[in-house]
Design a protein around this ligand. Sequence first.
Ligand code: ATP
Length: 396
Amino acid sequence: MNLADRLKSDPFLKRLSELLGEEEVYVVGGYPRDLFLGKRSPDIDIVVLEDIKKFIEPIKKLGPVEFRLSEFMTAKFAFPDGRILDVVRARRERYPRPAVLPEVEPAESIEEDLWRRDFSINAMAISLRKSNFGELIDPASGLEDLRRGTIRVLKEGSFRDDPTRAYRAIRYSLRFDFSYDPLTEREFDLARKYAGLLTFPRIENELRRGSTEERRAEFFHEVEARGLFPWEHRKASIEELRRLDKLLGERKEGDWVLFFALYLPESAGAREFVQNLPLERSEKKVLMDFLELREEKIETDPGEFHLKQGKRAEEALLVLAACRPGLRDFLLDYLRRKRNASPRIRPAELMEMGFSGREIGEILKKIEVLRLRGEIHTEEEERAFIRSLLNRESGS
Ligand code: ATP
């Protein structure tokens, strides 16, 4: 099947091309790359050579859509079937300083836009224009690199301009099992040198994306090994990372913070480091909880442990289980028991029995601990326990 037929087998692109007629429009980046790899990505990046406003109405004819005109020269369309269409005007970029966002202006040709991209395999475009539908524009020989299995930057100094590309390179090399060409390999030295100039949210974004990859343990390991954690940190072993991956199961973006926890420095400044990170409160809490746990002597009685645990995030326990394999079974067993440890008896019933608010809190806590220890299993046993308390009181 030629490219045009392959594209047409995607009804969405076929219809888009029909609606746009003779406009110069290209599908670029991940979609062509994945198409050659025999996969169909749900996200489609479109490049146009004129003001994008001109394309908004025709694209809306594709169906019900949520639409957002964002930033400079870009528009996002989200369709109910999960497809995301990003429309961007062709641009050229200039990096005034290493690791800062580029200054951009419209480009005159698709080739110019392709040359500003990260890797040759992501610098291919396929025309959607009616008269040359399916024509491949591949100025950097991306298709050849795709066939050879090579990640190759488009120019020297690429990772100095934008060190986030180094994290991206690692992600693609692991995802596709590709190797780096010699220039790209050398570029990692520049990335190491300049990564410290990136803002934290830009690095976080890369770690987030890496944390949804199948080989995320290897991703974090390589990021660290290549010097791309530009702050004081401990080294996490590949075994710890793999254990965490396994403990978490399903891959989620939010997991990045748990992998990140494995790298928190072991020095006294770790808490301050976490406090100063520009993170959500819940993310900081997991990290702080983990730091506390890491320093604590762990009681291997689930009841005692529970009392110390308080309101600590459960995820922090999973990170601890990943770096202390000896505690893994205990921690997993605790988490399992905890799920079933909430007292069944209602506080209202305890109130009717004449207990004060404070006493009720204490009783419920005790029941929780007994449930965790496996000494209470049913609501009836809870009542028997409460009766024993009353008897003890009246007997004393
Ligand atoms: P993925 O499958 O990882 O989502 P993608 O190719 O769709 O891959 P995006 O991050 O959505 O990746 O980027 C879209 C395209 O924009 C890329 O294919 C690449 O051409 C270009 N691009 C993205 N980030 C950079 C960057 N930091 N420097 C240069 N070009 C980039």
